[in-house]
Design a protein around this ligand. Structure first.
Ligand code: 7TS
Length: 412
């Protein structure tokens, strides 16, 4: 396949990722597990090395030069994250370990605000990270979990059901922007607007979208939004939770410890201002610095161009896999994020992944932390190819060739 000529020189960008230039099982590595984690460009690796070689110290605590530099770098990363998603101010940015921790934070601090009979609305396509924390919250409070249905293999939400569901005393509506197992892109702004009309607080899981699409939390109208640095060319161990200032300000802390206090007595304490109230203990300072470099790197290319590139590779893969006998495709045939999930008749996803791995292709097979959804669709596992900016049309050609071979091999 060929991509339309577009501004970024995709082939040249590939050279920015040292890890991609190696053989795996004596074949050139084709990395198509970007939904799990992405690779890191030299700019991010260098930012981490530079920070540890020159500036490392703890933040907000000392007045010596290195502590000043570390604090400045950490707070600059926060300001950059606010700009990256168009938050109204850096105070709306809480650094976390990743999407999972961000969602757990929100679910925990909402404990005193929910009671028996309240509703927590989710969708059937949520990653376990946006399901299990709400199950725990429901168990603590007696609130009830409700689910927006997924219509079928096309992986769309049944939008006609949403107002009815929101009307059942729903206080919180948490949903994913892009499904990690279906590739569905949900209409976030519309879902947030409907939730707002019913007085429900919205929590958007942007794990699969933040590194691919431009995000504007003010235009989306969400109350909370969480994402992970490692899925957007940044380091592991750092993520962002956006929360609207007035909500963050009104909520009680998540964890207790250093940095999150204003004053401490033996029996009680008062809290620091937001966002520090939600950042107990020494944060991942280097991670924030690396994430800052990743955001700069992505915006140097342009997120609209990255989104178009990833979607084009996914569309092409979806269309061509559909021509292979025995393949069942999941997710919408139209607009989709940069990933494709499929099942091959007669083969478990793990066998397909092992087959591809022998050819140097990294895929993911399993339930993708979407067990209830796959159970509903009647498959134990799918095979997933997920794309990022360094993947090429030639890699898609090779993927299709290898899946054809797998279909021949397992179909015998
Ligand atoms: N939400 C979605 C939609 C995800 O895809 C993931 C990770 C998470 C939350 C959790 O992110 P974390 O950074 O806190 O772990 N998804 C995947 C995946 O699809 N394969 O491996 C991890």
């Amino acid at each position: 396949m060929k991509l339309p000529a577009s501004t970024p020189d995709w082939a040249a960008l590939r050279a920015d990722f040292p890890i991609l230039h190696q053989l795996v099982h004596r074949q050139p590595l084709i990395y198509l597990d970007n939904g799990a984690t992405t690779q890191k460009p030299r700019a991010v690796i260098d930012a981490l090395v530079r920070y540890y070689e020159r500036d490392n110290a703890n933040v907000h605590r000392a007045i010596h030069e290195l502590s000043y530099r570390a604090t400045t770098a950490y707070e600059a990363a926060r300001a950059r994250a606010a700009q990256f998603i168009n938050a109204a101010s850096p105070e709306e940015i809480v650094f976390t370990r990743g999407t999972t921790e961000g969602i757990n934070l929100v679910s925990y601090v909402f404990t005193p605000r929910l009671k028996r009979g309240d509703g927590i609305l989710l969708t059937e396509m949520e990653h376990h990270s946006n399901l299990v924390p709400w199950q725990l919250l429901a168990r603590r409070t007696g609130a009830q979990l409700l689910f927006v249905p997924v219509t079928g293999d096309d992986g769309l939400l049944d939008l006609a059901r949403i107002d009815d569901l929101l009307g059942r005393n729903v206080r919180l509506f948490a949903f994913t922007h892009i499904s990690n197992s279906l590739g569905t892109v949900n209409p976030v702004a519309e879902l947030c607007a409907r939730a707002r009309r019913h007085g429900a607080v919205t929590v958007v899981d942007a794990a699969q979208s933040a590194g691919h699409l431009p995000l504007d939390v003010q235009a989306l109208g969400c109350d909370f939004l969480a994402f992970s640095g490692h899925k957007m060319a940044g380091p592991t161990g750092i993520g962002v939770l956006f929360g609207r200032h007035e909500l963050l300000d009104a909520l009680e802390p998540f964890q207790g410890g250093g940095e999150m206090i204003a004053s401490v007595q033996f029996e009680q304490s008062t809290w620091n201002k937001v966002p520090h109230k939600f950042e107990a203990g020494t944060p991942d300072i280097a991670g924030a610095v690396g994430l800052h470099a990743a955001m700069d790197y992505l915006d140097g290319i342009g997120r609209p161009a990255i989104a178009a590139h990833d979607e084009e590779l996914a569309r092409e893969t979806f269309a061509r896999l559909g021509g292979i006998p025995g393949i069942r495709l999941f997710g919408p045939p139209g607009e989709r994020g940069g990933l494709v999930s499929f099942a091959l008749a007669g083969a478990h996803a793990h066998d397909v992944v092992t087959f591809a791995d022998q050819q140097g292709i990294a895929l993911r097979g399993g339930h993708h932390c979407n067990q209830p959804l796959l159970r509903k669709l009647g498959v134990p596992a799918t095979t997933r190819a997920s794309f990022y900016l360094y993947n090429t049309p030639e890699e898609v050609d090779r993927l299709i060739e290898v899946i054809r071979q797998a279909a021949g091999f397992f179909g015998r």
